[in-house]
Design a protein around this ligand. Structure first.
Ligand code: FAD
Length: 406
């Protein structure tokens, strides 16, 4: 079995698909080395183990809180399904990633994010969760509990997330407009204006000195900010020239939050297909310097690169979140399917950002030797937490050893 991008073949000797919580407990209880698999959208072996638990067969459920401000769902639910189930209630979650196809548990486990100056990553919407631990216990934690901040971005190491409670808010409408971009220097110089132009803003660039496009997703209940850029006259894909049919509506046509915040529609293949991704985060205060540093190596990564994207993510308190303690600028890279080329290009970018304390997206390709994990001040607490719930290291895998236990 391979991941969605096709660049990882899982080494598992078996993939089991429990259809009930009791079947899940019996798999966890009997397999010597095990891990949960979500929708396979990560680009590394982070979800690999001798026994992979395909969580997609676990029972679906949805419960609304008495106060009607939170919903509890199965962790294996995809955001696409969540959106369908929330619609009749008129509720929304605060943000979505570029695609709705990913599982909620998989996304929060890796600190997956959308864009927006005021929007924390998707894990920040988690109010409570239940994890079936390697010892077969059910760990229930809610915001404010000791260890909660270490349990949400869990990197799959604490067990299987069976239930997630998410903050919800009244559904809102969003309009999306796409503009031709200015130079990257101008983006760096007017960073706050560009990224403050909407609820969720993305700048796409091929790192050749120019921002190819600026995508602005504006809540219609918020004031419009004037944009100096020229609006595109044809519908756009993040990669210029690629058919935009798979992309969500543009040209300022207002629609549901769920149909505008992702770049790609649920019923289409997101992004390109066979591809590899890397993503790095810096403090947004270093935006101009970081943009200049990556632009300076644009020609070195050009052969590997399909498209780059800049997004902003609000800081949070989650121990292993790539955005912990700082508002962040995200440098996303979609590489072609050549693994060696992608790895080399990812190393080039990490080198370029080295002086700016970069962090890497846990679900994407990076060389762990290039990163200082001491930046995660609670790493020691996280590792102790993992040790406590998994003393026999049954959920530990090669990725964990390579990245975290160095
Ligand atoms: C086309 C594409 C677009 C993307 N866009 C974005 C984006 O906009 N923003 C962004 O930040 N990322 C993005 N990603 C990356 C993606 O969101 C993350 O890799 C995310 O982890 C994928 O979730 P998943 O369900 O596929 O997890 P998987 O890849 O299946 O697993 C990831 C981790 O989560 C753990 N896990 C999964 N389910 C459970 C569970 N039930 N309990 C405990 N642990 C679990 C696994 O063990 C593993 O450690 C994109 C990926 C693709 C392929």
């Amino acid at each position: 079995m391979r991941n969605w991008g096709g660049n990882v073949t899982y080494t598992a000797s078996e993939v089991v698909r429990p259809e009930s919580i009791s079947q899940l407990a019996s798999v966890i209880g009997s397999a010597p080395n095990v891990r949960a698999l979500g929708s396979r959208h990560s680009f590394t072996d982070i979800a690999d183990a001798t026994t992979i638990i395909d969580t997609s067969g676990l029972p679906e459920f949805l419960e609304l809180s008495m106060e009607r401000d939170a919903i509890t769902v199965n962790g294996s639910m995809t955001y696409g399904r969540l959106v369908e189930l929330l619609a009749p209630f008129g509720f929304a979650v605060h943000n979505l990633a570029s695609l709705p196809h990913i599982s909620i548990a998989g996304a929060i486990s890796t600190g997956t994010h959308g864009s927006g100056d005021r929007n924390g990553n998707l894990a920040t919407a988690v109010r409570a969760l239940q994890i079936m631990t390697p010892e077969g216990e059910v760990l229930s934690l809610q915001r404010g509990d000791h260890d909660f901040d270490g349990a949400v971005v869990s990197l799959g190491a604490l067990g299987v997330v069976t239930s997630v409670t998410l903050d919800v808010e009244p559904a809102f409408s969003v309009e999306q407009r796409v503009y031709d971009g200015p130079t990257l220097t101008q983006i760096g110089d007017s960073f706050d204006d560009v990224f403050g132009a909407g609820y969720s803003v993305s700048v796409f660039t091929s790192w050749q000195g120019q921002a190819d496009q600026v995508w602005v997703k504006r809540r219609v209940d918020e004031d419009a900010r004037p944009m100096d850029f020229v609006e595109a006259v044809e519908k756009r894909h993040p990669i210029l020239g690629v058919d935009a049919e798979a992309c969500t509506e543009q040209f300022g046509v207002a629609g549901s939050w769920a149909d505008r915040l992702p770049h790609f529609k649920m019923e289409f293949t997101p992004s390109v297909g066979e591809e590899i991704q890397s993503e790095f985060f810096v403090d947004r205060n270093d935006a101009a310097a970081a943009i200049a540093a990556v632009d300076a190596v644009g020609s070195e990564i050009a052969e590997a690169l399909w498209i780059g994207e800049l997004r902003t993510v609000a800081g949070d308190d989650l121990w292993m979140s790539p955005h912990v303690g700082r508002d962040s600028l995200a440098f996303h890279f979609t590489w072609g399917p050549d693994q060696a080329l992608a790895e080399a290009a990812a190393q080039t970018v990490a080198r370029a950002l080295a002086d700016l304390s970069p962090r890497a997206h846990w679900g994407k390709v990076f060389d762990p030797t290039q990163f200082d994990f001491k930046q995660y001040e609670r790493l020691g607490d996280f590792m102790a937490f993992v040790e406590r719930v998994d003393p026999n290291r049954r959920f530990e895998n090669d990725w964990h050893r390579r990245v975290l236990s160095r």
